[in-house]
Design a protein around this ligand. Sequence first.
Ligand code: AGP
Length: 609
Amino acid sequence: MCGIVGYIGTRKACPILIEGLKRLEYRGYDSAGIAVLNDGRIDIHKATGKLMALEAMLESGMPEGFIGLGHTRWATHGRPSDENAHPHSDCTGRITVVHNGIIENYLALKEELVAAGHEFTSETDTEVVAHLVEESYKGDLVAAVRSAIKRLEGSYALAVMAQDDPERIVAARRHSPLVVGVGEGENFLASDVPAFLQYTKRVHFVEDNMIAVLERGEVKFSSLDGKPIEREVYEVTWDAAMAERGGYEHFMLKEINEQPQALRETMRERLSSQVSKVDLPGLTLTSDDLRGIDKITMIACGTAYHAAMVGKYAIESLVRIPVELDVASELRYRDPIIDDKTLGIIISQSGETADTLAGLREVRGKGAKLLAITNVVGSSVARECENVLYTFAGPEIAVASTKAYTTQLMVIHLIALYLAQVRGSISEEQAKQMRKILWTIPQQADVILGDHPEVLACAEKYYNHNGFLYMGRGPNLASALEGALKIKEISYIHAEGYAAGEMKHGPIAMIDPSVATVAVAPQGKTYDKIISNILEVKARQGDVIAIAYEHDDQIQKYADHVIRIPATHELMSPILAAIPLQLLAYYVAKNRGLEIDQPRNLAKSVTVE
Ligand code: AGP
């Protein structure tokens, strides 16, 4: 997820672009750049790192000009670097592009363009757009952009400028957000409203497969085949801070609600349809390598460790090889039995967690093959593993991890299915079934994020409770631990996650009317057992909140509250169970009037041991 901005008007473009990028840094911040057109020349400045690096570069003087583009990057293809920072240009420097999204067929396009003599200066997917426009540009920028985007597959919100056409910016979108701000004699474009809200609240929300042409006095919209489209102007009511959070009160709630899209983006290149096989582009481990593995060890901390716990169930069930789990801070001191037949899977949202990096180095030193699951391109974990599978969740700003967790689970299930495909550990029929179920997860997440009155009612009833016990079985033991961590992290209420079968071995002594129990109870092979555990709690006057399937008509006989999720395969149920647990934690903390996005004592990335 990146941030793009554009301006055309009668004011100097550069300060407006920089201000706009500041408001979009939450969308990505590993590099930034601007391009300003003045007197027939496009002046480009870009810098790796946060926006302040670009600002420092411009201290000696901002480029002149009244039309320009800007970009703040969250790398997906090509590590963070000056060369990979946007804006990108064609061979001649006459065409300049900024882009947010993923051009899925960029490699094929790049080969075609290189064969036609184009020279590339970056590793990004975006640069192919500049060269495609160059191929078609004969003075009509709109026509050239239209022709170029017809070749693109994947997601994009892009804006294009031509050196010899200072009268317009051409923009287009598919699956990535793009908004246009309407001013007086000036117009703005951006990935999100906050970028220009201080200048205008009059906004066009650009739809998919639409082209926008911004001139100083007018904005024109058309379809990909050139038909003019009339667009309504909206008056935005948010203030700038609310707008940065997409209208949500906290980044955490925004990121919880981004999960369906984050799951789709993470699945997109790897499971392209309900009936296709799993593909893991970028994996350098060969099928022989994967068939030669006799053990997997998974290394992570915190929420990422809970994802690893789910992974153990999925991989052992589908691939039938042993999976060892370690919190990274323990692994590094237990001298694990690792060799070159071990696959080390390193999970880290930030890719910078010190304990996880130490665990990575420990298993690498013992000869393991490494595969990272991380959300940050170019992070230390990504750089130190020869194989990396990214979660395309976009920047996760809230300290409490949400969309990173569910997208980690998505990647883990894709890995499990891919390993099963390669090793033939399940029948093709079973594999087809599993893929079909995984394919529906993102839209099921959408369903959960619709109405959730039960969550709000539970948060209202229990936000002043003394404590919570979370219990689950099988892959949902991880859900119990994750749910307890979420509520602890942001509401500061003590909460413990436990294997439901362990309740009678101690934790049940905690139960009384001031301690509520959350039972993660999707129907599966241990459903009857967890019903017994719920009854144990009820017998001791403890309230029970159950997370259960929509069609479960038994659970309400036992639990005080039932929060329902769509039914899915038991192995994948933690992906969906996570969402109500996140929402419960969020609303409990909100009812307690707490900070939420930046909880006390915590950091988003724990880079110290
Ligand atoms: C999760 O909500 C916490 N913020 C924390 O447990 C986090 O998951 C842990 O620090 C690991 O971070 P990483 O995924 O960036 O390595």
